[in-house]
Design a protein around this ligand. Structure first.
Ligand SMILES: *Cc1c(COP(=O)(O)O)cnc(C)c1O
Length: 345
């Protein structure tokens, strides 16, 4: 089946010709021995960008998150997290498998909980029957909530509480740069509040592979051991890290185009009978929409796919994600196809 407009996810992005050319001649070495100049340069670049002491190149954001969790906890500990987080639903039970930790899901609003909610969830440290609360986990942008951006004052309040209570604070910033570009703020405006942060290179940044974990140098030394232990230590990985360097130079500002197209899509869909959407809720590159009774979302997704337009249906709502493979014409085609398929009911 031919897919002309792939709004399934920003993971469908393929390296551009210019990115491939840049990767092709990247200087490389043995990254396990920390001798790969491209990997080293990427790690320094990301550490600087996020205002952290050190950073570690990893094969995926899932591994970055799982290693962060491993560094921050001991088995039996509890981690406070929003109930809709990626780490809760889409990391294969990794927190239980790799770290033996409990997750304490909070019902956040649009993916974001308050300091008061965290305060109420912290276990009394000297009550022997309970797990020990050890870390707080935030996701920015929040994927399942629709690419929403953490309100910075609320984040600062959560961070202040975590610090006061001796809890580690990790940010799953797989799409942190979407948040920064949309907020018109440097990424460090979000990461100054957290101990560690995961950045994914293979989403909207358009790299074929990769993620980076950034944080304090001593913690990252331990993270490097876990990288090896988890089987994530590579050899001449500079050829992959080069894609990240290229993306950080060429694919960050353009995320604003993805956000504009997500709004254009939402506004177009708002005019389609049977579709329910609030265009004002779209903050970055993720658009969720629902169907009125009588229009089956699964049938709508299947009908669109048959017409070459791919969406995902992760739950009750249909999801569309814009990325560097989507132009204005693709958005207009997607809206037209949704209208056509919805009209058949
Ligand atoms: C995609 C995603 C990840 C995992 O990224 P991979 O590089 O595919 O492992 C983690 N967190 C969030 C919020 C994501 O959207």
């Amino acid at each position: 089946m031919r897919i002309d407009v792939d709004l399934y996810s920003d993971t469908v992005t393929e390296p551009t010709r210019a990115m491939r050319e840049f990767m092709c001649f990247a200087p490389v070495g043995d990254e396990q021995k920390q001798e790969d100049p491209s990997v080293n340069r990427l790690q320094e670049t990301v550490a600087d960008l996020l205002g952290k002491e050190a950073a570690l190149f990893l094969p995926s954001a899932t591994m970055a998150n799982q290693i962060a969790l491993k560094c921050h906890t001991e088995p039996g500990d509890e981690v406070i997290v929003d109930a809709g987080s990626h780490v809760v639903h889409f990391e294969v039970g990794g927190p239980a498998f790799h770290s033996g930790v409990m997750l304490r899901p909070l019902e956040g609003a649009r993916g974001f909980f308050t300091a008061a909610q965290v305060q109420a969830a912290i276990r009394p440290p000297d009550f022997v029957h309970m797990p020990r609360t050890r870390a707080v986990w935030v996701e920015n942008t929040h994927n399942q909530a629709g690419g929403t951006i953490w309100p910075r004052e609320q984040l600062a309040a959560v961070a202040a509480l975590a610090r006061a209570r001796g809890l580690a604070l990790h940010m799953d910033g797989a799409r942190l740069l979407n948040a920064a570009v949309a907020a018109g703020a440097p990424p460090a405006a979000f990461t100054e509040h957290v101990d560690t942060v995961t950045l994914c290179l293979s989403k909207g940044l358009g790299c074929p592979v990769g993620a980076v974990l950034a944080g304090p140098a001593a913690l990252l030394d331990r993270a490097r051991r876990y990288k090896h232990l988890f089987g994530g230590a590579m050899r001449q990985a500079g050829i992959l890290a080069a894609a990240g360097l290229y993306a950080l130079n060429h694919h960050v500002d353009r995320l604003a185009d993805d956000h504009a197209r997500a709004r254009r899509l939402a506004q177009g869909l708002a005019g389609v009978p049977g579709v329910r959407i609030d265009p004002a809720a779209v903050e970055t590159n993720i658009v969720f929409f629902a169907c009125d009774d009588g229009l089956d979302p699964a049938a709508l997704v299947a009908g669109c796919l048959a017409a070459g337009v791919r969406f995902s249906l992760p739950g009750q709502q249909i999801r569309a994600v814009t990325h560097l493979g989507i132009d204005d014409a693709a958005i207009d085609r997607a809206v037209a196809v949704v209208a056509e398929v919805a009209a058949r009911r």
